[in-house]
Design a binder for this molecule. Structure first.
Ligand SMILES: *Cc1c(COP(=O)(O)O)cnc(C)c1O
Length: 391
């Protein structure tokens, strides 16, 4: 299913609500969720298959083309013999590995079933029905879902040049604001705010508003003015940083995320998370991956090399590419019959190249591509050259 389909379904449901089908949710003979649950537009993951095409290259979900550390794979097979036992609910070894690698106190780390779980738990813990949480215009679509699931109201702050704006976020702070979600770098734009801007945001937010810095792509960023947010968390009581093993560590299928937070936030999240929220294979894989610095380095270098190559090639074909510091590129297509993003998507799919439609993120004429293997990257450029009639 495409993003567009979900958006349409959502619109349709809204229309039905307005035209009387809302009675469905008012029926007394069936259980009904909170109305804020039915306001959620379901998240639509990237596609993995094309009917009739045997060999596909999935460049739709920002997964690592290098895959996980071999040490992580080995750790997973070792766990296979022990799955009758519950996992370590405190994630002690995984938190230790993360803490050693990043120079943190393990007591300030909570692990999650992907960072998605942590993003949800933060909303559950800090939002009451009617409270507001801010995210940016082209921010990650999990944020409005987490906010609504907690009964809160998402408030959207405009971006400038497809980049988060501290002033625009601050303008949206009101008496009911409790949370700000900021992806840095942001998905799907690939743009980022320098650490000075994050510090200014924290300094000007009311102290009771929790700033959640989602640094899912931090490993990839090599800029002197970028920091993932560790120092801010260490020195402020209202900042949390979330991280993931799904991207640079190549472990999306294991579902492992972590957050670094002040003690009082750690305490709140530990009260509401499932006692065994991270499974045994994930715990073992994450710790092994965290201790394999060489593999991570290789993934980051591959990404840098091919991101720059792809950006150059696509620009040379006349496509507009938003400058990205992450492992994906947002590519804008000409507003010309037969040359739009939807046309490109269909053409690329027929070649087995699966990118991500972006209408759900407010970019009806753009596709997002993840940096792939050398083979996938070269095939993509060749296919786009042909699509645009430049061969
Ligand atoms: C991919 C991604 C995540 C990671 O989610 P997981 O649940 O850890 O797989 C978080 N935030 C953003 C912005 C992402 O793009």
């Amino acid at each position: 299913m495409l993003d567009e389909t979900a958006a349409d379904a959502h619109k349709q449901r809204r229309a039905n609500d307005l035209h009387g089908d809302k009675a469905m949710t008012d029926r007394a003979d069936i259980p009904a969720p909170r109305s804020s649950v039915l306001d959620i537009a379901p998240y639509v993951p990237g596609e993995a298959r094309v009917p009739g095409v045997e060999k596909v290259f999935k460049l739709a979900s920002n997964e690592s083309p290098l895959g996980p550390s071999p040490a992580a794979v080995e750790a997973i097979s070792r766990v296979a013999g022990q799955v009758a036992d519950y996992p370590d609910g405190s994630a002690h070894d995984l938190r230790t590995a993360i803490a050693e690698r990043h120079g943190l106190n393990p007591d300030n780390i909570v692990c999650g079933n992907g960072s998605d779980e942590l993003l949800h738990l933060l909303a559950q813990a800090y939002l009451s029905p009617g409270d507001e949480a801010i995210h940016t215009e082209h921010g990650f679509l999990v944020y409005p879902i987490a906010i609504r699931a907690a009964g809160g109201a998402p408030v959207v702050a405009r971006e400038e040049n497809l980049t988060a704006s501290v002033d625009a976020i601050l303008e949206k702070v009101g008496p009911r604001t409790r949370l700000v979600y900021l992806a840095n770098p942001n998905n799907p734009t690939g743009t980022y705010l320098p650490i000075d801007e994050l510090k200014r945001l924290q300094a000007e937010l009311p102290p009771h508003v929790l700033l959640v810095i989602d640094a899912a792509y931090a490993e990839y960023v090599r800029r002197n003015d970028y920091e993932a947010g560790i120092e801010l968390v260490s020195t402020c009581e209202n900042v949390v940083m979330t991280r993931t093993f799904s991207k640079a560590y190549g472990l999306a299928g294991m579902r492992i995320g972590w957050m670094y937070a002040p003690a009082h936030v750690v305490d709140a999240i530990n009260r509401i998370r499932g006692p065994f929220n991270v499974n045994a294979a994930a715990l073992a894989a994450g710790a092994a991956a965290m201790r394999d610095a060489a593999h991570l380095q290789e993934a980051v270098e591959h990404n840098e090399q091919w991101r720059e190559w792809l950006a150059g090639q696509l620009s040379a074909l006349g496509l507009e590419v938003t400058p990205s510091v992450a492992n994906f590129l947002l590519v804008h297509f000409p507003d010309e019959a037969g040359k739009r993003a939807a046309d490109a998507d269909a053409f690329l799919k027929s070649r087995g190249l699966i990118l991500r439609r972006m209408a759900g993120y407010g970019f009806p004429n753009a596709l997002r591509l993840s940096i792939g293997t050398e083979e996938a990257n070269r095939l993509l450029v060749d296919a786009l050259r042909e699509f645009l009639g430049r061969s």
